[in-house]
Design a protein around this ligand. Structure first.
Ligand SMILES: Cc1ncc(COP(=O)(O)O)c(C=O)c1O
Length: 378
């Protein structure tokens, strides 16, 4: 059988010419300014992103990981503290907690949307809990209303990990701008991607914003005067310029991701009815921006399905195969298989299909067909 060109999970080389021109001009302006770290290009991007999110402050930083780290530093998290998050996420959501000498405490996910389950949250809190970090996984918001209700009753700040969810909304509000702080990643594969590493923290709190700005430059409110120990979490001007050129296109790109998701949904509905897979749920009040389109395979044999899809020229991914409580580096936390059954079940069942704005409808149709064929007889 002759194979058409293969379909990757993501193709960052499919750029339109107009955008290429806008980026070249924006980068040229940075060179002309001679300001390569922070400076006016970063300030302009921070301003535009704050307007997009509808929040008071955006502080550009060096990556999504550093956005989480510096946000926890601003909340004063340190040794002896606990930070509550999901066990089913990218490593950084829990890794930053350990880096500060604090203890990550996990709360299982709700199975429909893969998000931290607010019903289990209160039981995970203690007098040492210094922050709650819900993760808006795959581009869909966590249940912020319920999470904030628990957090506010206990006076615990909420840091949203919105690294996968720029442009998503929860009850009409921008994910990442609802809690006390929100962390964003602009890693090139994200819905809004830089040309390298970049991130940002959003907040409506003036004092936290000022603290974040200090911590981003080694805790120096004035050059060479250090009130506290921070780090080098600065955002490069070139990354900010690229991001600012791309930001006006983000709503259109997210819309396109949603139409690809609708196409997948239509083509895969029969498999769901037959009990072979579960399509991603769109939870009430949430606008999903499909950073990933993730199905659950009900039949087992995920490796075999992936192999058969690869033979048909379709790449797939698994986000994430090992929950955080079972990672070797967290062994001393005492996590055991069975501790968080929903996260563990999801880790064994999830399969991410190709999704990016430039993916064509005929390619998405081929992906759905390849999944159908690969599930047959599995
Ligand atoms: C949920 C989540 N948190 C944090 C991060 C960290 O972002 P970065 O890769 O920009 O450090 C990512 C990105 O990979 C992510 O998906």
């Amino acid at each position: 059988m002759s194979r058409a060109t293969s379909i990757p999970v993501l193709d960052l080389t499919r750029y339109d010419e107009a955008l290429k021109g806008d980026i070249a001009r924006a980068v040229g302006d940075v060179f002309a300014s001679g300001r390569f770290v922070l400076g006016p290009a970063v300030e302009s991007f921070e301003h535009d992103l704050a307007a997009f999110l509808g929040c008071r402050h955006v502080v550009g930083v060096s990556s999504g990981t550093d956005a989480l780290l510096v946000a926890l530093m601003a909340l004063g998290v340190g040794p002896g503290d606990e930070v509550v998050t999901s066990p089913f996420t990218f490593f950084a959501s829990g890794g930053v907690v350990a880096r500060l000498g604090a203890r990550p405490v996990f709360v299982d996910i709700e199975p429909a949307g893969f998000q931290l389950d607010p019903a289990r949250l209160a039981d995970a809190l203690s007098e040492r809990t210094r922050a709650i970090v819900p993760v808006h996984l795959y581009g869909q918001g966590a249940d912020m209303g319920a999470i904030l209700a628990v957090a506010q009753a206990r006076g615990i700040p909420v840091l949203e990990d919105a690294c996968q969810a720029i442009g998503a909304t929860v009850d009409g509000r921008a994910a990442g701008a609802i809690g006390d702080l929100g962390a964003f990643s602009f890693y090139p594969t994200k819905n809004l991607g830089a040309a390298g590493d970049a991130g940002a923290v959003a907040t409506n709190d003036d004092a936290l914003a000022a603290l974040l700005r200090d911590l981003r430059v080694h805790g120096a409110a004035q050059t060479y005067v250090h009130e506290r120990v921070g780090g080098n979490f600065r955002l490069d001007a070139i990354q900010a310029a690229v991001l600012r050129a791309k930001l006006p296109r983000l709503p259109g790109w997210n819309e396109r991701r949603r139409s690809i998701a609708a196409l997948y949904r239509e083509r895969l509905a029969g498999l769901e009815r037959a009990g072979r897979l579960v399509l991603p749920a769109e939870l009430p009040g949430r606008r999903h921006v499909y950073h990933q389109f993730v199905v659950r395979l009900r039949t087992g044999g995920r490796d075999r399905v992936r192999r058969r899809m690869a033979e048909r020229g379709v790449a797939t991914s698994v986000f994430y195969p090992i929950p955080l409580h079972l990672q070797a580096c967290f062994r001393e936390l005492g996590g055991r298989p069975g501790d968080f059954p929903e996260a563990e079940r999801a880790a064994g069942e999830v399969l991410a299909l190709p999704i990016f704005p430039e993916l064509r409808d005929d390619e998405a149709a081929r992906v759905a067909e390849a999944l159908r064929e690969s599930l047959e007889g599995s």
